[in-house]
Design a protein around this ligand. Structure first.
Ligand SMILES: [Zn+2]
Length: 392
């Protein structure tokens, strides 16, 4: 297993390890046709380290060789209306503010192309999407000739595909060496005035809001606004904006290439002292959270209550795998039809559609993402069900 004793953003020595999470599967979003296959996956312990210098949080043991983003990898969030609305507003905002009309847009890690398609339709732009997991012809909707998909990682091989705008959402946190990656992007831009937009989970949200179920092995980095800005500033970009979005869960950064691609100290962003206390506090509350959720699950099991979780994404997978007491839960609900009928990696619960709950009649529903609470309550009401809702 690889191991680094240096911060993966600023390369400072000996970051502090503040939490260890045992028993999590190496890949959260793989779909398994049978419970037996799901239960055969490799599990690991995640350790998280904090860099006092640039404010970065990362997994020092991350081993890229354990990752296999095959085509069974499914992490599309576009089936939720709440997320869909956010993506549409974001696309409209980017098109308006950056005057993306008749331009060429590259999306790195474009998945199935939902977001790139929005950007292209809104501004009559040309799109090039890069994603090794893209499957030609799989998409449901008819594509216009506006978008080209490249089934590969974005790299300097594609420097000839110049773009006016490069966007990259929920990819940076998966990259083992973010400095090498952002420098590569900077080199592909050359002397073009290309604006870049990156979005990643907000590491401070994970700490502040005890979103411990967001901690997954695939995420080797948990960016804070400081470490994200430091990264781009130190890789030849001028950061023009860093903001949190989606109820604080995401960080968005926009940057323009510095003319000389000069590496600077990024001193203006180097002020993470306030985060240090959060990290210490998180480690204490993390233990308390595990104890409390275990007690809740034990109580439900003792009363022989039928319990399901709602949400089979990363949060649900981590919750089920990390807590031995979650073993009594048999089903995970998900509105994504690509997941229904499949099994949760590691623990093997079957993923069901909401309508299944009519026959199952759960007493309790544990909601993995509180942002979807209203949406879930409305769905249950339509099914004439009124289980007790809990947040994990
Ligand atoms: Zn650092």
């Amino acid at each position: 297993m690889s191991h680094t004793t240096h911060c993966t953003v600023c390369h400072a020595d000996i970051p502090r390890v503040f939490v260890e999470i045992p028993g999590v599967p190496v890949l959260c979003n793989i779909l398994w046709p049978t419970a037996a296959e799901a239960q055969s996956v490799r599990r690991v312990t995640i350790r998280l380290a904090f860099c006092e210098r640039c404010g970065h949080i990362f997994n020092p043991d991350f081993d890229l060789s354990l990752m296999d983003y095959s085509q069974a990898y499914e992490n599309s969030l576009h089936f939720s209306s709440r997320f869909q609305q956010y993506a549409e507003e974001l696309a409209q905002d980017l098109v308006t503010r950056h005057d993306l009309h008749g331009k060429t847009i590259i999306e790195i890690g474009s998945g199935k192309g939902d977001f790139l398609e929005m950007l292209c339709e809104l501004g009559d732009n040309q799109g090039i999407g890069f994603d090794p997991s893209y499957i030609p012809g799989e998409t449901e909707r008819s594509r216009t000739e506006q978008i080209e998909f490249v089934q590969d990682f974005y790299s300097e091989r594609y420097t000839d595909r110049s773009a006016d705008f490069i966007c990259c959402r929920h990819t940076l946190e998966h990259i083992e060496d973010p400095v090498a990656f952002v420098k590569m992007v900077r080199r592909t831009i050359g002397d073009q005035p290309t604006t870049v937009f990156f979005e990643a989970p907000n590491g401070l949200f994970t700490l502040h809001d005890m979103a411990i179920w967001d901690i997954i092995y695939e995420h080797c980095s948990y960016f804070t606004r400081y470490s994200l800005a430091y990264l781009f500033e130190s890789c030849g970009f001028d950061v023009t904006d860093v903001r949190s979005t989606f109820g604080g869960q995401y960080l968005c950064i926009e940057a323009r290439p510095k003319p000389d691609a000069e590496i600077t100290s990024a001193a203006t962003w180097n002020q993470p002292a306030e985060i240090s206390d959060d990290v210490t506090e998180f480690s204490r509350r993390y233990q308390a959270k595990v104890v409390a959720d275990t007690a809740m699950l034990d109580r439900m099991a003792a009363e022989q209550r039928r319990v399901v979780i709602w949400g089979s994404g990363s949060k649900g997978v981590t919750f089920l795998n990390m807590l031995p007491a979650a073993e009594a839960i048999q089903y995970a609900v998900d509105i994504n039809p690509r997941k229904q009928g499949m099994h949760i990696t590691g623990t093997g619960q079957r993923i069901v559609r909401p309508e299944f709950l009519r026959q199952y009649g759960p007493h309790d529903v544990i909601v993995m993402n509180p942002l979807y609470m209203d949406e879930i309550r409305a769905t249950l009401a339509r099914l004439d069900l009124a289980p007790i809702l809990h947040t994990a």
